[in-house]
Structure formats: C-alpha cells, structure tokens
Write a protein of this length. Structure first.
Length: 175
C-alpha cells in the first residue's frame, strides 16, 4: 500500500516466523531483530508505529528515548498498548504472562512525557481495551520556544472519557 503511494516501509520483528510472514505476504523489508539490537534505519523517518510491543519491553523508557534518533524533527510515533484498567475485559485476562509492564492511560502518558515526547492524541478504543497514542518528537526549534506540537493531517478518535452509547457485557472467565 505505501509503496504504491511513493513511500517505503521498514519493520523489525524478533520472531523469525512473523518476520518471514510479513516479508512474504506484504513485501515489506522486515529485519529479524529486536528494538535493542536494531541499529536504526538508514535515514531518519517520518513515522514509527509500535502496536502491542511496548508492554513486552523490560526498559520501555529507554526504548522510547532511543527511538527519537530514528525520527526526523517533528516526526511521529504511534503506539497501542493493552489497557490494564479496561472494565470490558475479565480480570483474569488483563495480565498476560509476556507483558513486563501494564499500562493505564495515565501511566502511558507519564512514560512518554518522561521520555521526551509530546502527546498529540491519547485515546481508548471503543471498548476501553486498548490505549492508542499519537506522539510527536519535538524539533529543536519548537522545543526551545515551547511551541505546541504540529497537528497530524488526520482526525483522531474522540478523547479519553468519550464512551460509545452501550457497552457489551463483561465477558465471563470462560469466554
């Protein structure tokens, strides 16, 4: 999709099988490395996405800080993590054995701000199960002048606290 619009994509994936699948199915350059062993892209990029990865890292703040060097000034980082405070997920399923950290909206906001990011948007999905964040790397000139982040060219979902009219019942431990 991106290639047809003149963009290129690069991915990193620790699992050999997932990396091979992405290369074969989507024709994307996926390096079989971790965020810790990846040296970074060949040139600064406009946007980095990290979906359901941050919660698996033993030192997420150092990774969030390191990613700054991979982005162009005013570049964006898009993150999604599970919401440990979700009322629509059975408590027995909130804590996954592979998750080193668990996040609420406030915890994620704290971690990204402490790592030097501006929060452009921070929201919950329709059923509060996931936290979605659009972050911006402050440029040196904006950081010194304390300007607000540049707004992306898309419309973010409603802010945290906005809820759908009805929620499904909380699933039982057996579902």
């Amino acid at each position: 999709m991106l290639g047809a619009q003149g963009h290129s994509a690069l991915g990193i994936e620790v699992d050999d099988g997932y990396a091979a699948f992405g290369r074969g199915e989507y024709a994307v350059d996926i390096r079989n490395r971790s965020v810790h062993t990846f040296g970074g892209p060949d040139h600064a990029v406009d946007c980095i996405t990290m979906f359901h990865g941050l919660e698996h890292l033993p030192d997420p703040r150092s990774v969030l800080t390191r990613i700054h060097s991979w982005l162009k000034p005013d570049g964006f980082l898009v993150i999604e993590v599970p919401n440990v405070a979700s009322p629509c997920q059975h408590p027995a399923k909130r804590f996954h054995y592979a998750h080193v950290f668990s996040y609420t909206s406030a915890a994620l906001a704290y971690a990204v701000r402490e790592s030097g990011w501006w929060i452009v948007a921070l929201m919950l999905d329709q059923y509060d199960r996931n936290i979605f964040a659009v972050l911006q790397k402050p440029s040196k000139s904006n950081h010194e002048s304390n300007n607000e982040p540049v707004q992306p060219s898309f419309q973010p979902a409603p802010p945290v606290g906005t809820r759908p009219p009805q929620k499904p019942p909380i699933p039982s431990a057996n579902s």
